[in-house]
Ligand binder design. Structure first.
Ligand SMILES: NC(=O)c1ccc[n+]([C@@H]2O[C@H](COP(=O)([O-])OP(=O)(O)OC[C@H]3O[C@@H](n4cnc5c(N)ncnc54)[C@H](OP(=O)(O)O)[C@@H]3O)[C@@H](O)[C@H]2O)c1
Length: 291
């Protein structure tokens, strides 16, 4: 495989892709091309070649993939539907694909036998990538710390965050850690064929996460438990939350409540050499989002 010089980043304005882009630019050794549906508002560094494109438009994606050696692929869809065309378009040009998959994927389980919808569609895309030709690395992150921005409106409005499953334990992951692993996998050797289970460094319940936000903001903040139905109605009424993801999310939470307590992996540190960042660090960096 030839050395990586030009890299296409999809989802380049997102939580992870923006930091992948920044990491590649900071490395200084690569030409970075970014895909976005709206270059006018993308706010990417001037050195980045910004291409207008939509992942559901395979012809446009094929054009954006021309001349690239590696692709960072994120999956914005709540199904695997367009994967054949997307993966084929990339595979005609790139030698390497780093896929932002999901920690919901159960290792060694066929796509259709995955126990959650999120696991099913991500594993189906992984499978197509594995069959498509380029060397691949799958990143399987646990829940992003950025998800807790869903609570920002409630934090601004009062001293309680209402939701279902406050006792749900998760090992929230700082998106910068996912990006750091992605940059390594895109630019170094030794990551082909790896499926990296990435987690944050500690397990915290949702109620504990809310308490940490309060501690960082310097004011009391508590979790208030809602029934699943009430939480479902609240999420459906939230314009900032995709309706198609409400049931997969709540189904996933219900399943995780009965599963063994999640365990922390040391994969971020093993790949990057630096320990995974804590949730408290994430809140401190993003405190402005909650005030
Ligand atoms: N959140 C979690 O807890 C979690 C956990 C495990 C895995 N994941 C994976 O991570 C993904 C989310 O990554 P993220 O948080 O970095 O993204 P994000 O911040 O939610 O941003 C969405 C990105 O997707 C791009 N996008 C949306 N629809 C698109 C389309 N049709 N064509 C091209 N680009 C499109 C947007 O680009 P433009 O608007 O600029 O076009 C934007 O850059 C999820 O879809 C899932 O696969 C998430």
């Amino acid at each position: 495989m030839s050395a990586v010089r030009r890299i296409l980043v999809t989802g380049a304005t997102g939580n992870v892709g923006r930091q992948v882009t920044a990491g590649l630019v900071a490395a200084g050794a690569y030409e970075v091309r970014a895909l976005t549906r709206c270059p006018e508002t993308a706010g990417l560094p001037p050195v980045v070649e910004v291409r207008r494109g939509d992942l559901s438009d395979a012809a446009g994606l094929a054009a954006a993939s021309e001349g690239v050696d590696a692709v960072f692929l994120m999956w914005p869809f709540h199904s695997a539907e367009p994967a054949d065309a997307v993966v084929a378009a990339i595979g005609r040009h790139a030698d390497r694909v780093v896929f932002l998959s999901s920690g919901s994927v159960q290792d060694g389980v066929e796509p259709e036998a995955q126990s959650t919808p999120v696991g099913r569609w991500h594993r189906a895309v992984e499978r197509r990538i594995e069959e498509s030709g380029p060397a691949w690395t799958h990143l399987r992150p646990s829940a992003f710390a950025a998800n807790t921005r869903w609570w920002a409106g409630q934090v601004r409005a009062g001293d309680a965050v209402r939701g279902a499953y406050g006792a749900l334990p998760t090992h929230l992951l700082h998106e910068a850690d996912i990006a750091d692993v992605a940059v390594r996998a895109l630019t170094e050797g030794g990551h082909a064929g790896a499926a990296y289970a990435l987690t944050g460094p500690e397990v915290l319940t949702q109620a504990q996460q809310v308490r940490i936000i309060g501690e960082v903001l310097g004011r009391p903040l508590r979790w208030e438990e809602l029934s699943r139905d009430a939480a479902r109605r609240q999420l459906l009424a939230d314009d900032g939350f995709p309706d198609t993801f409400v049931d997969p999310l709540l189904d996933g939470y219900a399943q995780m409540m009965t599963a063994p307590r999640p365990t922390v992996t040391g994969t971020v540190e093993a790949v990057t050499g630096a320990p995974a960042r804590t949730y408290r660090e994430w809140v401190a960096e993003h405190a402005a989002d909650f005030v």
